[in-house]
Design a protein around this ligand. Structure first.
Ligand code: HMH
Length: 221
């Protein structure tokens, strides 16, 4: 079918949920400098657990890219994402020691457990490549959009949090997200209506899980 579909349209169609995920009170508090540091520390420890679970998910996307498409750009964009995760895990260790967060002692909170089990469910070979590529893009795009917002000219992000914001908010990561989005759009164009429906549902579920992840980071304030 040649119905026009792309991820930008879904972002518009579901603008309020997308906003909830990318302009969350936790992100607003980083941007206006009122962030509660114990919330930031909680987010940091929980996100380290998340990223460790994200690695095998991205590996499963890579396996599907190699099996289900002959286009090497698909493999390359995902491989680039995997390489970045290697640096990211090292960065979490360094950042955790800076904030006195003991990563080995982190117990995953329930929103994180739910998110990680969702990633695990997407790793099944039954889940179509187009669907997991959409999820991969949505997961990365929420962080890119949220943290780039904290680096805008009029943002009052505290100096000591800028490096964190820069990790996801930088332009190179933004460009990489655009490439990933183009790959996903290309597959959505070719997909059946059934697969598109599944991809849209997965996109929405990622946004909900991201909102819950930020909520979890702010509990108690
Ligand atoms: C919860 N979503 C969450 N953590 C992350 N590190 C990303 C997305 C982006 O990699």
């Amino acid at each position: 079918s040649n119905k026009k579909v792309d991820l930008g349209e879904w972002v518009k169609k579901h603008a309020s949920l997308y906003e909830a995920a990318t302009r969350h009170p936790f992100i607003e508090s980083i941007r206006n400098g009122t962030v509660d540091i114990s919330s930031f520390r909680r987010w940091l420890g929980q996100d380290y657990i998340f990223v460790r679970a994200f690695v095998p998910f991205v590996a499963s996307v890579l396996v599907k890219a190699c099996n289900e498409t002959d286009d090497s750009s698909d493999m390359e964009v995902t491989l680039g994402g995997m390489a970045a995760l290697n640096d990211e895990l090292a960065w979490f260790k360094k950042e955790a020691s800076k904030w006195g967060v003991t990563l080995s002692a982190i117990v995953p909170l329930s929103a994180n457990v739910r998110y990680c089990s969702f990633l695990k469910s997407l790793m099944s070979s039954e889940v179509e490549y187009t669907v997991v590529l959409t999820a991969f893009w949505a997961i990365e795009a929420v962080y890119q959009d949220s943290f780039a917002y904290c680096l805008e000219e009029d943002a009052e992000t505290p100096e000591e949090l800028k490096e964190t914001c820069y990790r996801w908010g930088n332009d190179d990561f933004g460009d990489w997200c655009c490439t990933l989005e183009e790959r996903a759009n290309r597959h959505l164009q070719m997909a059946s209506e059934d697969v598109r429906k599944k991809a849209e549902a997965v996109f929405l579920h990622v946004l909900e899980l991201e909102v819950e992840f930020w909520d979890m980071s702010c509990v108690g304030i």
